[in-house]
Design a protein around this ligand. Structure first.
Ligand SMILES: C[S@@+](CC[C@H](N)C(=O)[O-])C[C@H]1O[C@@H](n2cnc3c(N)ncnc32)[C@H](O)[C@@H]1O
Length: 178
């Protein structure tokens, strides 16, 4: 369950960044002043209340030694919708850094805490791989596996993050905790 709180009405909500494909993208108004125009938003629809995202089990491309890590695409949707480039994203229970990776991928600054040194080491290794363009994740655009679907399955994608100041801050925080 995701709970979203804001301190004031002046909050960030980037709907366009997280729209999902319409079921019938070509559907048009068939009468009225908008007759012939697309009835849905051309960029997709608002994600519904139930998000279908596979959990990270043994055959998931992101699986590490952590027993309950988040899929990066889950955090990615939250980061994109609820923060702006340059914002800080805090995960006080960082695990193996899925939130930090999602934040750094999208030009946010990452901060977090984690009590288990092994998980901090895995986070650092994942970020190191991402910086070299070698960390693979399940793309958030990929739909849930459907055995009846004849379409091609979207392959895992490589994360790209760039060596900017905030990542150095992130590393030095982790180094102090280890
Ligand atoms: C559900 S896991 C988070 C997994 C993370 N979202 C990921 O994708 O890797 C919760 C994490 O919180 C850590 N944790 C528990 N108590 C903590 C505390 N007091 N301070 C910091 N981390 C803590 C656990 O070691 C565990 O790795």
């Amino acid at each position: 369950m995701v709970l979203w709180f804001t301190k004031t009405d002046d909050y960030v909500f980037n709907l366009d960044a997280v729209r999902v494909p319409q079921k019938y993208p070509q559907k048009k108004h068939f009468k009225g002043p908008k007759k012939g125009e697309l009835s849905g938003h051309p960029l997709g629809k608002n994600p519904s209340d139930v998000w279908e995202i596979p959990n990270v089990k043994s055959n998931h491309v992101e699986k590490t030694e952590h027993p309950c890590q988040f899929p990066i695409e889950l955090v990615e949707r939250l980061v994109l919708a609820l923060s702006k480039a340059g914002d800080w994203v805090l995960d006080p229970f960082l695990g193996v850094g899925s939130t930090a990776i999602a934040a750094l991928m999208h030009h946010r600054k990452a901060i977090g805490s984690e009590v288990v040194p092994l998980y901090n080491r895995i986070t650092k290794e994942r970020i190191r791989q991402a910086k070299k363009g070698q960390l693979r994740i399940r793309p958030m655009e990929r739909s849930i596996y459907d055995p009846d679907s004849k379409g091609k399955v979207m392959p895992p994608k490589y994360v790209e993050i760039h060596p900017v100041r905030q990542q150095l801050d992130f590393f030095s925080l982790l180094e102090k905790k280890d």
